[in-house]
Each structure stands twice: as C-alpha cells, then as structure tokens.
Design a protein. Structure first.
Ligand SMILES: [Fe+2]
Ligand SMILES: [Fe+2]
Lengths: 267, 246
C-alpha cells in the first residue's frame, strides 16, 4: 500500500536537507577566498584597494547567505515531521489491513451483506461525513461483537488519518516558509555572487605582471559564484517541488482511506 | 488466521490463534494464546506487527476487545510483542506484564511507562478476580529474561519459545501427533536458539513439579499429556548452545 505522494514529499524533503548541507562548505570556501583576496591585494597598496572592496563584499555576501541557510536549516524540522509520517503511515496501513481482514472474514462467513445496527452497510457508513462520530456511536452498541471491532479499527484509522493530515499541514506551512527563505537566498546568491564575480575579474584585469595572484583569486571567486548559483537553483527547485507536492499528498490521503476500504469490500 | 479452543470448563477458557493461511512468508509462524476467566481475557505473546491485522480480526470473533484486561510478553523478541503499540490503541488500558529486565527495552515497541515488571522469581498474573495463573521463570531459554505461564486450573503450560518447532508447510495439525517424527522440526531450533544447558535443566526441573496436561509453545505444534513428558525427557538430553565452537 503506502501512499505514493507522501513518499514523494519525504524524498524531496530529504533531498532538500542534503542541498542545505552542501551549502556549508561553499560558505566556508567563500570566507577563505575573501581572505585570500585581501592577502593578494594588500601588497598592491592603493592600487589594490578596489579589489579589496570586492573581497569585502564577498565576506558580506557569504555572511548573509550563511544566516539565511542557518535559518532555513533550523526551520527544517520538516524532516522531523516527515519521520513522524513514516511511523503513522505504517500504523495506519496495519489498521486498514486489519479492517480488510475483518471484511474478508465476514464475507467468508456469508455475512458480507450484514447491516450495522443503524441499518446502514459498512460502505455507506464509511462514506458518511462524520465517520469518527458514527464510529463512536456504534462502538457503544453491544448487540454484536463484529460491529465493535469495525468501529474500533475505523476509529483508529480516522484518528491516524487526521493525525497524518495535521502532519502534512505542518509540512505545508514549513515548506511555504522554506520557499520564501530559499527565494531570498536565491536573490542574494544569484545577483550578488554574479556581480562580485564580474567585478573581481574586472579589477584583476587591471593588473599586469604582478597581478597573477589576484587573477587566480578572481578566477576562484567567479567559479565559486557559479557554484553558489547552481546550488541555489537546486534549492529553489526542491522548495518549489515540496510546496507543490504537499497539497497533492494531502489530497491523496483524503481519498486513500475510503478507497482502500471500498476495494476491500468489493474484493 | 484460525482460532481453536484448547480448554473450556467452568469459567476458564484457552484459545489458540494459529495456522494463518495468509501469513506473509518473510515472518516466522507464531501461535497466539488467549486465556479467559468469565469472559475477561489475557493475551499471551500477542505477536509481531505483521500479523496484527489478521490476529485482531480473528480475536474479535472470540472476545470483545474491551474485554482484553491484560497482555503478557514472555520476553522482548519482535515476534512476541512488536505489535504492542497497536494493541494499546484498540484495547482499554490493559496492564502489560513484561520481564523486568526488558522493562525499558519493550517500550521501543510502545507502551511507555505503563508496563508492569515481572520479577525474576515470577509472579501471579491476576485475571478477573483469580490469581492462579503464574509466570514461571524460564530465563535464558532463550531470552535472558523469559517466563512460561502455568494455569493450574486448566493444567496448561504456555512454554513460549521452548518446545517451538519450525514446521514444513504441509504440517497442518495443531498438535504433535508423532513425537519421534516431530523431533526433526525442533532439534535445530532448540540447539541453536537456546544458549544454556544449566538454564534449560532448571526450567525442566520446575516444570516436572507441575501437573501439565498440555504444553503450548509459541511456534509449531502443541504437546498433549504424554508428549509433554516425552518432550521434557528429550529436552533434558539435548545439548544446547550449538553456535559456540566446542
Ligand atoms: Fe524468542
Ligand atoms: Fe519466538
């Protein structure tokens, strides 16, 4: 069984966490690079000043990205929530399976058509809107043991289903927050890193002969800027994916419970 | 999963749940037991998560889940009690008796702080106003903290993994019918799963003092009176702990 969409949400969220983890070394490299840039520009005195300014910009940018990524990672209890969905889903499936066994056993006993004390069949009972409430009403019926087990199982299914929905709702909120953070990271990283990369090369090109070390640093800065841009693209993609998938997963959760029981009854 | 009544006299009843034709092959086959006293029941080793769906449905045919008033776990194994969290969801707050050494291990399957410890020397398991059911020490056979359950009223001994057999698919009988033939299904299991000859003999000594009409293991077939004695004699001679190089 297992709901495909919930699994997909899980996969994306785990993926996203990995992207965040990969940002840390990039931020570290930015710091080292800006240090190198300052060291390279120091002996050039006043001539190296514009390059030193670019290097300082690099530090500012890396600090900014660092802060955003830290905020994003700490709000990333999505993984926590996801872990909970794994457990709840496992339980939910076992209770659904139990209900299916119950229906099969009833069918085998030739009591497939049996009505609940209220006169409805299990199918219509399940399609009723206030399922948890009807289940608790029937649970008090002492006429027949069979009704009680259905109700008990159904109540657990409803409870877990509702819990899972709540869980997905929290994942939804978190993923929206995350998307906005990722947007900001994207802005800082894409615009600034590109600008810094270009400025660094322009500044470096003004030095001939003794500008070797500066040119090397500038090349590295450009490369790093590109890496950061690529990383934030992946981050953005994952965040967008997550926000799109969560509502689908929630939708699937809503239907799966009822459908599964229907299939059980039909089988 | 099918249910079979093993004993029904006065207010006491024993039912075994076994031989599930739909059991997935990747889990070892297990027997689950229900003892009732005037309609209220205790579950002995309710089993693993994977068999919960089939078992809960079969059980509901014998007793209302509201009337399950206790759960007993002979030891900590997953085939014994990994379904615990699910049972606690559908039963009304039953006490869960577990060997004290596993008191903080079993909550990894659920149950949190509500488990009741059975001390090493064993204890009476109360059931609906009676206290004749006894948790009998069976430590190191195979688990380091392990109990059998003896019912002096029905003269039935629930022996947990002791007496267990890994049966071939075509063995459909609930009972041991030919002890000599049955040995082949038990021998490897006891030699490898049981770690200690001293522990094994201690358990045999305890059981020899009891009046046992039927011995019910958690795996395989059930032993009736004479076969119980045959089993004890056979087990006494068996060298266990086979994984240790001699
Ligand atoms: Fe075991
Ligand atoms: Fe076992």
């Amino acid at each position: 069984m297992g709901s495909h969409e919930v699994q997909e949400v899980r996969r994306i969220a785990i993926n996203m966490n990995q992207v965040f983890a990969k940002m840390a070394p990039l931020i570290f490299s930015t710091r080292i690079l800006s240090l190198n840039a300052q060291i390279a520009s120091a002996p050039l005195g006043y001539a190296g000043y514009p390059f030193a300014v670019v290097a300082r910009e690099l530090v500012v940018m890396s600090a900014e990205i660092d802060q955003l990524v830290t905020e994003a990672s700490s709000s990333f209890c999505v993984i926590n929530e996801i872990a909970q969905t794994v457990m709840m889903e496992k339980k939910l499936n076992l209770f659904r399976e139990a209900l299916r066994h119950e229906l099969m056993a009833r069918e085998a006993e030739g009591r497939g058509e049996e009505r609940l004390p209220c006169g409805s069949s299990l199918c219509t009972f399940i399609e009723g809107q206030d399922m948890a409430l009807s289940a608790s009403t029937h649970a008090t019926c002492s006429a027949c043991k069979v009704e009680r087990i259905e109700c008990t199982l159904w109540r657990q299914i409803m409870k877990l289903g509702a819990g899972l929905m709540e869980n997905l709702k929290r994942i939804d909120d978190l993923s929206k927050h995350l998307t906005s953070l990722v947007e900001r990271i994207r802005w800082v990283a894409a615009r600034k890193s590109h600008f810094i990369g270009v400025s660094a090369s322009v500044e470096a090109s003004r030095f001939n002969g003794n500008g070797d070390s500066i040119r090397a640093v500038a090349e590295n800065i450009t490369l790093l800027a590109r890496n950061i841009a690529a990383m934030q693209d992946r981050m953005h993609e994952a965040a967008m994916n997550l926000t799109q998938r969560v509502p689908q997963a929630m939708e699937q959760m809503r239907f799966e419970g009822v459908n599964h029981i229907r299939e059980g009854v039909a089988a | 999963m099918k249910s079979f009544e093993l004993y029904n006299k006065g207010n006491r009843r024993w039912v075994v749940f076994a031989r599930d034709p739909l059991r997935p092959n990747f889990v070892i086959d297990t027997n689950q037991y229900l003892i009732t006293q005037a309609g209220k029941g205790i579950l002995l080793d309710p089993g693993g998560q994977e068999i919960f769906p089939a078992f809960v449905s079969a059980l509901a045919r014998e007793i209302s889940l509201n009337d399950i008033v206790a759960i007993f776990a002979s030891h900590q194994d997953p085939d014994i009690i990994s379904s615990l969290a699910l049972w606690l969801d559908v039963c009304t707050d039953p006490p869960v008796y577990v060997p004290y050494i596993w008191r903080t291990f079993i909550p990894h399957f659920g149950g949190g702080e509500r488990l009741t410890s059975i001390p090493d020397e064993g204890m009476a398991l109360p059931l609906n106003g009676t206290d004749d059911l006894r948790a009998v020490p069976a430590h190191y056979t195979h688990s380091a903290g392990n109990f059998s359950v003896y019912d002096p009223t029905a003269k039935i001994l629930f022996s947990g993994d002791i007496g267990g057999a890994l049966l071939p698919a075509d063995f459909t009988s609930l009972f041991v019918e030919n002890f000599g033939n049955h040995v082949q299904y038990m021998e490897g299991f006891h030699k490898r799963w049981m770690p200690s000859n001293a522990a094994k003999n201690d358990w045999i000594k305890r059981v020899r003092m009891l009046d046992v009409n039927m011995m019910c293991p958690q795996h395989g077939a059930i032993f009736k009176k004479d076969d119980v004695q045959r089993f004890l004699d056979w087990f006494e001679k068996l060298e266990v702990g086979s994984a240790i190089a001699k």
